[in-house]
Structures are given as C-alpha cells and as structure tokens.
Design a protein around this ligand. Structure first.
Ligand SMILES: Nc1ncnc2c1ncn2[C@@H]1O[C@H](COP(=O)(O)OP(=O)(O)OP(=O)(O)O)[C@@H](O)[C@H]1O
Ligand SMILES: [Mg+2]
Length: 431
C-alpha cells in the first residue's frame, strides 16, 4: 500500500490532488472497460434496436401531418379513402414495430446490466476473499460490506434506470429536434433558442443538486453511525449515564438530515416548474408564430400540429435526464471505491512455481527473520528458531513481545521482511 490510490486509504478522503483524482478516474474507467468489453456485441445490438425504435416513434407526428394535409382533403373532396388508409396503416405499423422493439430493447438492456452486476459482485467477493490478512486488518468489515451492498446498489440503479433513461431520452430529444428542423425549420429555430434557458436551468440544477446530494449522503451516514454506535455500545452508555448527551447529539443530526432533505425537495420544487415554464413558453411561441403563418397561408395546419407535438415531446424526457445526473454521481463514487478494492494486490502472493509438499513432517525453522507490521516498527529483529518435527515448545514474553506474531508468520498470514520461515526446509513463500 504505497500510495493513497489504493482502496484501503484513498476512498474516505475528499481532498485529492489533481493527479490522484485522475488516477482514480482512470482506475474506474479500467474497471468499467473490463466489465463492458465481453458484452460489446449485445451493446451494439441494444443500440441498433433503440435507434430504430426511436426513429419510428419520432416519425409519428410527421405521418399525422401528412394525413391531415394530404389524405384528409382527398377524403373530403373526392371521397377517396385510399391515402387515408395507407397513412393510417403506416402509422399503426410504425407504432406497433416501435413498441415491439422497445420491448426487445428492455430485455437486451436488462441482460446487459445483470451480466455486468453479477460479474462485479463475483469479482468483489472472490477478490476480497483472496486478499491478505493485512488488507482485512486495515479495511474494516463495515466498509467491505458497503462495497458489496450499497455501492453495488448505486451502480445497479444507474445501469437499470438512469443510463437507460439518459440514452433513450437524449436520443429521442435529438431525433425529435432533427425531425422538427426537417419538417418545419422555423419552429426548430424557436426550439433551438429555447435550448439556451433549458441548458442554463439544467446546469443550475446539476451544480446545486451535486452539493445537496453529497451533503445528504454525508449526513445520512452520520445518522446511521450515531444510531449504531449508541446501540452497540449500549452497556457503556448506560454505565456512564450518557443517554441525555446522546439524545442531544442524535436530535441534532436527525434535524440536519431533515433540513438537507427539505432543501433537496425545494431544489426539485424550483427545477420542475422552471422546466414547465420553459416548455410552455416555447410551445406558446411555436403556436403563435405557426398560427400567423397558417393565417398567411404559408403553413398547413398539419405541419403546425406536428411542430406542436414535436416541441411537447422534446421536453418530456428532460426531467428523467436531470434525475440521471443524481444516480450518475453516486454510481461514479461507488465505482471509484469498488475499483480501489479490486486493484488491491495480496501482500502475501501465491508462488509462480509452487513446491508440492503433500505430506510434511512439521519441521519449522525461522531463519534470521526480521518482521514488522506494515513497515512501521520492527517486532522481530533477526529472529532465528529451529523447531524440530513433533516438538512442543512454549513461548514466554511480555504482552506485545510478538508471540502471536510468530504464529501468524508460521500460518503465512504475513511474509517476513528479511530472512525466511521454512517447513521441512521449504520456504513458506514457495509452498
Ligand atoms: N495487525 C497488526 N498491525 C500492526 N501492529 C500489530 C498488529 N498485530 C500486532 N501488532 C503489534 O505487534 C506487536 C506484537 O504483537 P503480538 O500480538 O505478537 O504480541 P503477543 O506477544 O502475542 O502479545 P500478547 O501476550 O498480548 O498476546 C505488538 O506491539 C502489537 O501492537
Ligand atoms: Mg498474543
């Protein structure tokens, strides 16, 4: 554990230097890449299915406008139902195909996320189990449990909901905008201009929610810690009559938690009406300008209707995109922590070319062993001891002299810094 980048130390700090943050990001990306690369084919398939189904959905308003402008006059003027039936059929066909493809996409996407999650879950378990005792002595069980539970949960939330919503929402928005530009570019320009306040609103929401959500996570952790520590130490609490003091502390953190949640609700309470206002204003302008053009005969009613539908559809996924930002944040934090654990190397590695020793006689030797935990102070300086096979020995020493440490070295929970420990003449490191 040489640098702050390893999982045991790096994750609970918030003040990283720029190089450290960069290395942590790269570490997360490496993990993500290794998780995703076996699924490339499925991801490409999901992307194609999504693109086709979105394109079909976005075609809807254009078909409606053709129906109104071209097919309907045929019915009214010539009692010719053919064009109307054709358009109706195409509309139905596009809608049904889009629905079927979305169903398929949901299945493929679920398969991908579940494959990523089971891979990650297994990796965390197998890896932490393989890591040496030294790791487990510094990395508390509570933290390793969070890696396997809450961190995996936030990654699942991102993959399940957030990422899906983002990708399909952005794709839908982009296609809608393109269709609008193609079909009625003047309404497209109005929508593009509305993009400026929309962008500012989303950016404001993102930066504010980043602060509030981080605060909320910190405070909710404090509530849990306060509760767990009081209840696990309940004997000490009662013996020293600490109840009143604990009451005050708990009420304080619980109150802080309520306040931060209130602020986060307020944030949504500002963002949502803001979004609705931008959407309504844009729609109003499109209707106004479109109405003027219809009155002049420069625009048909069908095209105006499709423009209105497009503008309305464009704003529909915006709220989900904003929500994605929230799950994205906690998932990246989780990914950073998990990748830290996964890049941790066992300090007691398995030998490349192991020596087979199926039956041992039990001859243990310490040969000039020097050892200290994590290189701090030396516990055993240049220690030698020969224990013949079958011999029973007694170790006597003051507390902290290193008796248990000798037993740990024989079990190879640790390796000596200098010298070697052997069993029947074979170095434990090559067994
Ligand atoms: N995991 C650890 N990390 C760092 N230092 C440790 C660790 N385990 C033990 N030590 C330190 O190593 C020294 C030797 O500890 P050890 O447990 O071997 O002593 P001991 O002789 O078994 O003592 P006791 O008689 O109390 O059991 C002590 O100073 C102890 O604080
Ligand atoms: Mg001991």
């Amino acid at each position: 554990m040489s640098t702050a980048l390893t999982g045991t130390q790096g994750e609970d700090r918030s003040n990283y230097t720029r190089e450290e943050s960069k290395a942590i990001r790269q570490r997360s990306l490496r993990l993500l890449g290794s998780l995703v690369s076996p699924l490339k084919a499925q991801i490409v398939l999901a992307a194609i299915v999504l693109v086709v189904s979105t394109a079909l959905q976005v075609a809807g308003p254009i078909l409606i406008s053709i129906g109104l402008d071209k097919a309907l006059p045929q019915v009214l003027d010539h009692a010719d139902w053919m064009p109307a039936f054709t358009i109706g059929f195409i509309y139905l066909f596009a809608g049904a195909t889009a629905a079927a493809l979305i169903g398929w996409y949901v299945v493929v996407a679920a398969r991908i996320t579940q494959a990523v999650l089971i891979d990650l879950r297994k990796r965390i378990f197998l890896h932490t189990q393989r890591l040496s005792l030294e790791f487990h002595e510094t990395y508390t069980s509570g933290r390793i449990i969070s890696r396997q539970t809450s961190d995996l949960d936030s990654i699942r939330e991102l993959l399940d909901g957030g990422l899906n919503n983002l990708v399909s929402g952005v794709l839908f928005g982009a296609f809608t905008f393109i269709a609008l530009i193609v079909w009625d570019w003047q309404s497209g320009v109005i929508l593009a201009v509305a993009g400026i306040p929309l962008y500012l609103l989303m950016r404001w929401f993102y930066s504010r929610s980043q602060v509030v959500f981080r605060e909320s996570r910190v405070i909710s952790a404090k509530v849990i810690v306060q509760f767990v520590e009081t209840m696990t130490g309940i004997r000490a609490v009662k013996a020293f009559r600490k109840e009143p003091r604990n009451d005050v502390t708990f009420q304080k953190v619980a109150g802080d938690y309520r306040d931060v949640n209130r602020r986060s609700m307020l944030l949504f309470g500002t963002f949502e009406p803001g979004l609705m206002a931008v959407a309504a204003l844009t729609l109003g302008l499109v209707v106004l300008w479109g109405g003027i053009r219809v009155a002049d005969g420069a625009l048909t009613v069908g095209v105006l209707l499709s423009a209105v539908l497009y503008v309305r559809n464009f704003f529909a996924p915006m709220q989900e995109i904003a929500m994605f930002l929230n799950s994205y944040q906690s998932a990246t934090a989780a990914l950073e922590k998990v990748s830290g654990v996964l890049e941790e190397q066992p300090t007691v590695p398995d030998p490349e070319v192991p020596v087979d020793l199926w039956e041992s006689r039990g001859h243990v030797r310490f040969e000039e062993v020097t050892f200290g935990y994590s290189g701090e102070k030396t516990i055993l300086p240049n220690f030698s001891l020969d224990i013949a096979a079958g011999q029973t020995i007694a170790l006597v020493g003051t507390t902290g002299a290193g008796k248990s440490t000798l037993a740990k070295l024989i079990s190879r929970f640790y390796d000596p810094s200098l010298g070697r420990v052997t069993l029947d003449g074979v170095d434990l490191r090559s067994l």
